[in-house]
Design a protein around this ligand. Structure first.
Ligand code: ATP
Length: 590
């Protein structure tokens, strides 16, 4: 027996109407139990609004306009009518569903003319075909394919397919809830969540993981391994306030300069045939495939001694005249895809490689840093593009401190301190890696906060023209978000405009269900679904009874947008609390 797309749409509808996380997990686990072996993986992708893992650059590339044209073609209705309905509801999925009803009245038996109950697999294949249409005439082809599908789908499925195509499914949970639900499917509780999460951190392909455990139970996870071409979640840094604390907690450490650039995971696969080029792919911190942004990496073969390798690095712009590293902002100009060639002239990049995670068919994640470093030095020879990050190894707080001060003098951000005998911890913010920017000072916020924009307020005066004058920012609490600050000052005109433009994709008509405890005084004019992460600096953190986090940022300033981060990478309430405690007492553990 196969599941139909309509059965899946009914689950989508129930999930949409549910706000309790536990109830959502329960619904998802029912869905997973019902799904067959060949269906569960595809369902997992569709739940993410996709037809492939997050890291595969497989996109629908269909904007609202294109979908409206497909609907016009499918239902033979007037474009203005759909536009009007779309404006009223603010949701093209709903508009499409309601037109379906008007045009295709149900038969007395409740069935619509021509309506097919497609299997999930069939619809998945059709959606996948949409992603493959490329080149000349591809838009027309997409419209035709979609119109044909719309004509025979049931109305509820139409609603969700349109939302999937627009990346506006917004069911209100993250991959972590999906992993919980897989545990519930297997065991009836969440006891297997940690194992599932460890597998996900090494291979963040939720569809692949779901298929493995559906087929073989939890033992199927042994087949979830690192491989070249699939990103491994990046290891992240904790905070500790002083050099003494670091040595006390971590013992022998490697200390490396902290480059303030862009994290790049490099996947290299040497060509087996001489006439063919080697394959290089890169991934950002939030699993985006960024290969196109770094064309120079296609030349790294000469610097690498391995058949296959995964490297962890930070890319920095270098001033060609002085040879010094340059700011994050300038480095980011490189990210503008369309200017790739032009920008390469202006800002050549160097990739400071600080770790190796995989070599020639073997994962190196579980061997200690001390051994990974030996492997790294064997594999990479520093040169024009790749540079093995310098480091010292010490267990002396004063040596650590003076190395840190040297880096600050050179204009760097500080150092990253790494436990010398620790494995690589994918996706974890543990005490194996600690960032050291500035020694803790009482009453000062020495680090920034990564917050999600939850909504915004229309501006007054000049800012009325931008349509935004302040925004509400929140930190993460599990799968949910709570407010920590409202920012209305210290943002340049250009940045306001860019923020407004970026926020358009996330604007919603109602408060998203992920947002908890939003105080009445903070209700924004426009709600924004979790999507855009911004880095916020402030004078310090204070206790707050009005902000959901219980803590507020005093004199907040927007540092920059963090397009390389997803909402799940936002600072958590627990981290914010530790930062608060540490500023009261710089010797407490943060
Ligand atoms: P995080 O990545 O920890 O969420 P962030 O991007 O805001 O936060 P910080 O926490 O300030 O940055 O520092 C950690 C980041 O520093 C890493 O993600 C990496 O991009 C960068 N980095 C620079 N130099 C190194 C290094 N030598 N080793 C590891 N990471 C480094």
């Amino acid at each position: 027996m196969f599941m139909t797309i309509n059965e899946l749409a009914v689950f989508f509808q129930k999930l949409e109407q549910t706000s309790s996380r536990l109830a959502m997990t329960e619904l998802l686990s029912q869905l997973f139990r019902k799904a067959g072996k060949g269906e569960i993986g595809k369902i997992c992708y569709l739940l993410q609004g996709r037809v492939a893992p997050l890291y595969d650059a497989i996109e629908f590339g269909m904007a609202e306009k294109l979908i409206i044209r497909a609907l016009v073609k499918a239902y033979g209705i007037d474009e203005n009518q759909i536009q009007k309905k779309f404006k009223q509801t603010g949701d093209l999925g709903n508009a499409a569903q309601s037109y379906y009803r008007v045009l295709k009245p149900a038969s007395p038996a409740g069935r619509h003319d021509n309506m097919k109950y497609f299997s999930i697999q069939e619809v998945y294949r059709k959606l996948f075909d949409l992603t493959q249409a490329a080149g000349e005439g591809s838009q027309e082809k997409k419209i035709d394919l979609l119109a044909e599908l719309m004509r025979s789908l049931d109305p509820l499925s139409v609603r969700y397919i349109v939302r999937i195509l627009l990346d506006k499914l917004r069911l209100g949970f993250s991959e972590m809830t999906t992993l919980d639900a897989l545990s519930w499917m297997l065991k009836g509780n969440k006891s297997l969540r940690e194992k599932l999460e460890s597998a996900y951190n090494i291979r963040p392909d939720i569809g692949f993981i779901a298929e493995r455990v559906k087929e073989e139970g939890i033992g199927g996870l042994t087949r979830v391994k690192a491989k070249v071409g699939a990103p491994i979640l990046a290891s992240l840094c904790q905070r500790l306030p002083t050099a003494d604390e670091m040595i006390k907690k971590m013992g022998m450490v490697a200390v490396e300069p902290k480059y303030d650039g862009v994290r790049v995971q490099i996947h290299y696969e040497k060509s087996k045939v001489k006439s063919q080029k080697s394959k290089v792919k890169t991934f950002s911190r939030n699993l985006e495939n960024t290969t196109e942004m770094f064309p120079e990496l296609q030349q790294i073969g000469k610097q690498i001694k391995a058949e296959e390798v995964i490297l962890d690095s930070e890319a920095m712009g270098i001033d060609p005249k002085t040879g010094r590293v340059i700011s994050f902002q300038e480095t980011m100009t490189r990210k503008r895809k369309h200017l790739i060639e032009g920008a390469r002239q202006k800002v050549p990049l160097k990739f400071y490689v600080f770790d190796v995670l995989y070599r020639d068919g073997k994962s190196l994640l579980n061997i200690p840093l001390s051994e990974r470093r030996i492997a790294l030095e064997q594999i990479v020879s520093s040169g024009n593009i790749l540079v093995v990050s310098p480091q010292i190894v010490t267990d002396s707080p004063s040596v650590l401190r003076s190395y840190h001060d040297e880096q600050i003098k050179k204009g760097l951000e500080g150092v990253v301190v790494k436990k010398w005998h620790s494995p690589y911890e994918p996706g974890r913010r543990g005490y194996s890696w600690v960032k050291f920017k500035e020694e803790g000072k009482t009453g000062k916020l020495t680090d920034t906060i990564d917050a999600v924009i939850m909504g915004y307020y229309k501006g007054e005066g000049k800012r009325a023209g931008f349509g935004i004058g302040a925004f509400l920012a929140g930190v993460r609490k599990g799968d949910r978000f709570v407010t920590i600050t409202k920012i209305g000052t210290g943002v340049t005109d250009a940045l306001w405009k860019e923020l407004r433009r970026k926020l358009r994709a996330f604007t919603v008509t109602e408060k998203p269900k992920e947002y908890e405890d939003v105080g009445k005084t903070f209700i924004p004019d426009v709600w924004v679904a979790p999507g855009l992460v911004v880095e916020i600096a402030g004078d310090d953190l204070t206790k707050s009874s009005t902000h959901g986090a219980g803590i507020a940022v005093r004199f907040p300033r927007l540092v920059r947008m963090r397009l390389d981060k997803s909402p799940k990478d936002a600072t958590t309430v627990a981290e914010a609390r530790r930062m608060y405690d540490a500023q009261k007492n710089p010797h407490s553990r943060i």
